[in-house]
Design a protein around this ligand. Structure first.
Ligand SMILES: *[C@@H]1O[C@H](CO)[C@@H](O)[C@H](O)[C@H]1NC(C)=O
Ligand SMILES: *[C@@H]1O[C@H](CO)[C@@H](O)[C@H](O)[C@H]1NC(C)=O
Ligand SMILES: *[C@@H]1O[C@H](CO)[C@@H](O)[C@H](O)[C@H]1NC(C)=O
Ligand SMILES: *[C@@H]1O[C@H](CO)[C@@H](O)[C@H](O)[C@H]1NC(C)=O
Length: 772
């Protein structure tokens, strides 16, 4: 009996499986004729491994996949439709879809994807539709879409894009409709859409664009429909829209207060223009579009007086349908524009015109007095303003554009850790009292000329840890008092000399952690920033410091450590005759020749040359240096010998450790100097082998040296020296890793070259933890 039924089951299975087209995962339902598998809402954490190979449509909506690994769909190579909506996916690994060369539609909407990696969509060579809407995409890496040569529609709506980089959509050779609505876009790179020769529809509505991206749009030769509605644009200037084939343009629900009559002069085929729900009171006849049929002015405060007459006549003559109604004057209020005869559009007398305008002005632009004091203190949304301390902070609140409306007396403005990406001109209106501005970690990659215009008292500017690759020469226009500038941790490839030319008071400049590879005479310190005292270039990729590039009579501190110098920049140093501190550590300068520091020997006080792979220093390398030198470090090199240090009688800090010194008679002068020095000096023998690791001070080899004029054994016996007053070692050992010193205004001040002093506010501001 048991036997029998087992046999039946086996038989049935054997017969039915080819008919039912094989396996169906336990939790899914499968249709073997349509070749579909659907596993909706099963809380699956992985793709069911038993999906039949010949499946065409797979619906995995509402599961919990989280990560799509490489080759995730290897087992279903014939898929044409794949639905992964609402699967809690945060990451699509490179090559996740590599095996899906027949897929036509991919739905990844409503997930948590934040970055589109270079090869995320690799292999989808037949894909026509890609739904990535309602994710958290904030970054599109170069080449993310290069494999999608057949894609027609890409939906990236409702994501967190702030910026579209150059060539972001490269490879989309068949794209027709690109949907970028409902993001936070405030900037589009000029070449953002370059290469999209087939695109005819672009949706950019519901973003944060403050200006019409003229250049970017002009790269789109085939676009006929452009939706820009719901962006905060105020004005469209001449030739703003330069799109040869554009027929439909949606500019509704923006903040347009004015529109140049030439704004559309380079879009000759425009037929529909939607300007509804803006702040337009007048509009002049538009030159350019010859085929305009519809102009929608619904919801604008159009004032129907003589100024509107030319538009009305032009519309009538050209057969343009005007939609919308008059907002005033009272007798024409609510009258459809199309119904008003040109002759009814009049201004009674000059006086009355002005009166009308005045009323209109006060009526529409002055906010109702009750609307303002919603908070006791005027302060932008998502910011805190402390009137008494004159501080305002919006740190880390996810702002994508610079908030406006700070209290007029604000002196410290802290905007760090937001997502501005781009600073347009006049980004800080009404902040003329701000002394210290923090913009660290704001992902800023571009600063438009005049961004800080009006910041007459700006003294400290922190732009550290952003994504700047270059600086516009007008970037700092209008902030002439700027004295402390922080640009460390960006991606600058050149010394930003031309931008600095507008900062005659610049005193301290931080450029650490950039990718500057050369210092060239073009950035001439002397002519550009005559007052510069401190220049920090640690951790760049500088290979050369050209003669003429440092010329500055006042430069005191120069950090060139952690770069790629292979030679001493002696020539360049000769132009900085007042240099006091020079850091050259962590370069690869094998050899230091004679007179390397001669040009600055009178001023140099601190010299750092650790970890440079230095193999030899000329006997005269330190020639000219004398009692003035307070600090000398050569730790961690390959030196077997050292020049005579005895003229350096003023040394307070010296570090010679980790060098393989050759403890032979040639080192005797050093040995004597160590004996005699008022400092404790650690130096270790590297050779010959029998003394390796021993302290120079302790080894016996020098006893037999012929020219020692004092009896050597005595010296050695007396080795324990009187207690030292100073033990600079402790601070020294930290030296190599120490970051550039914080730019707090130092206390020391020479009468002739004193630090710029700020009105009483700067020190007060300094006390605040966040300030500097
Ligand atoms: C889904 O699976 C996770 C673990 O994988 C579990 O914590 C959660 O309770 C499950 N939810 C449902 C509705 O079954
Ligand atoms: C004009 O704009 C209004 C408001 O945005 C809209 O409701 C209407 O459909 C538009 N009319 C045309 C013809 O586009
Ligand atoms: C240089 O900067 C990079 C990136 O900020 C950092 O990873 C690296 O540790 C730095 N190197 C040194 C020597 O400071
Ligand atoms: C030892 O030190 C004294 C003073 O510090 C100095 O005058 C003298 O020249 C030094 N001798 C040697 C051999 O360096």
């Amino acid at each position: 009996m048991l036997f029998f039924s087992t046999a039946v089951v086996l038989l049935v299975t054997a017969l039915s499986s080819p008919v039912r087209a094989g396996k169906c995962p336990r939790v899914c339902s499968c249709d073997s004729t349509k070749l579909t598998v659907s596993c909706i809402g099963k809380n699956l954490t992985e793709i069911p491994p038993t999906i039949d190979e010949i499946t065409l449509k797979l619906d995995l909506k509402n599961n919990n996949l989280q990560v799509l690994p490489r080759g995730a769909f290897m087992l279903a190579p014939y898929l044409t439709h794949l639905n992964l909506q609402r699967c809690n996916i945060a990451k699509v690994k490179e090559g996740a879809f590599r095996t899906l060369g027949r897929l036509v539609s991919l739905n990844l909407a409503y997930n948590k994807i934040d970055i589109l990696y270079q090869e995320s969509f690799d292999g989808l060579s037949s894909l026509k539709e890609l739904h990535l809407d309602h994710n958290r995409v904030e970054e599109i890496q170069p080449g993310a879409f290069t494999q999608l040569g057949f894609l027609n529609m890409l939906a990236l709506t409702n994501n967190q894009l702030v910026y579209i980089p150059n060539m972001a959509f490269q490879g989309l050779q068949s794209i027709k409709w690109l949907r970028l609505s409902h993001n936070s876009l405030n900037n589009l790179a000029h070449e953002a859409f370059t290469g999209l020769f087939t695109l005819n529809r672009l949706s950019l509505d519901h973003n944060e664009l403050q200006f019409f991206p003229t250049q970017t749009m002009s790269r789109l030769p085939e676009v006929t429909r452009l939706d820009m509605s719901h962006n905060p644009m105020i004005y469209l200037g001449e030739e703003s829209v330069s799109m040869a084939k554009l027929t439909h343009l949606y500019l509704d629900h923006m903040s347009l207060q004015d529109l140049s009559d030439q704004a559309l002069s380079r879009s000759p085929l425009l037929s529909h223009l939607d300007l509804s729900h803006n702040q337009l009171r007048y509009l002049e006849p538009l030159s350019g579009p010859k085929q305009l049929t519809s102009l929608n002015l619904t919801g604008n405060p159009v004032y129907c007086n003589c100024y509107m007459r030319p538009l009305r006549q032009w519309a009538r003559a050209g057969g343009v349908k005007l939609l919308g109604a008059c907002a005033g004057p009272p007798h024409l209020s609510d009258e459809p524009l199309q119904a008003v005869a040109p002759l009814d559009l009049r201004c009674r007398s000059r006086g009355e015109t002005l009166q009308d305008e005045f009323e209109e002005n006060t009526g529409s632009t002055a906010p109702p007095p009750t609307a303002k004091p919603k908070q006791k203190v005027k302060c932008p949304l998502d910011c805190d303003c402390d009137i008494e301390a004159q501080h305002a902070t919006c740190e880390g609140r996810g702002h994508t554009k610079v908030p406006r409306g700070f209290p007029a007396k604000t002196q410290l403005l802290d905007l760090r850790s937001n997502h501005f990406h781009y600073l347009p001109a006049n980004s800080f209106p009404g902040t003329s009292q701000v002394v210290s501005l923090h913009l660290e970690f704001c992902k800023i990659h571009e600063i438009e000329a005049g961004a800080f215009r009006g910041m007459k008292n700006l003294f400290y500017l922190y732009l550290s840890d952003n994504d700047l690759t270059s600086l516009d020469s007008g970037a700092f226009a209008g902030a002439p008092e700027l004295t402390y500038l922080h640009l460390e941790g960006n991606r600058l490839v050149q010394y930003p000399g031309s931008a600095l030319a507008l900062l005659p008071s610049l005193f301290v400049l931080h450029l650490e952690r950039n990718t500057i590879s050369k210092l060239e005479p073009t950035g001439l310190l002397a002519s550009v920033t005559p007052k510069l005292r401190e220049l920090y270039l640690t951790n760049n990729t500088i290979t050369a410091v050209a003669k003429g590039s440092l010329g500055s009579a006042f430069l005191e501190t120069l950090h060139l450590d952690s770069n790629q110098l292979t030679e001493m920049p002696t020539h360049a140093l000769s132009e900085a005759p007042n240099l006091e501190e020079l850091k050259l550590s962590h370069n690869s300068i094998r050899w230091v020749g004679p007179n390397a520091f001669k040009p600055i020997s009178q001023s140099l006080k601190r010299l750092y040359m650790d970890q440079m792979g230095m193999e030899k220093m000329s006997r005269d390398a330190l020639a000219g240096l004398g009692p003035g030198l307070r600090t000398l470090t050569v730790r961690g090199n390959q030196l077997e010998e050292l020049p005579d240090l005895s003229p350096l009688t003023g040394l307070e800090v010296v570090d010679l450790q980790d060098n393989p010194l050759l403890c032979a008679c040639s080192l005797l002068p050093l040995r004597r100097w160590i004996e005699n020095a008022s400092l404790e000096v650690d130096a270790t023998c590297g050779n010959p082998p029998e003394v390796r690791g021993q302290k120079v001070r302790d080894v016996q080899v020098f006893m037999s040296c012929p020219e020692s004029n004092s009896p050597p054994d005595e010296n050695i016996v007396v080795a324990p020296k009187p207690p030292k007053e100073k033990k600079p070692k402790a601070s020294l050992s930290k030296a190599p890793g120490v970051k550039a010193r914080p730019a707090k205004p130092k206390a020391k001040a020479k009468p002739s070259k004193q630090k710029p002093q700020r009105k009483p506010v700067a020190p007060n501001v300094t006390k605040n933890k966040k300030t500097l």
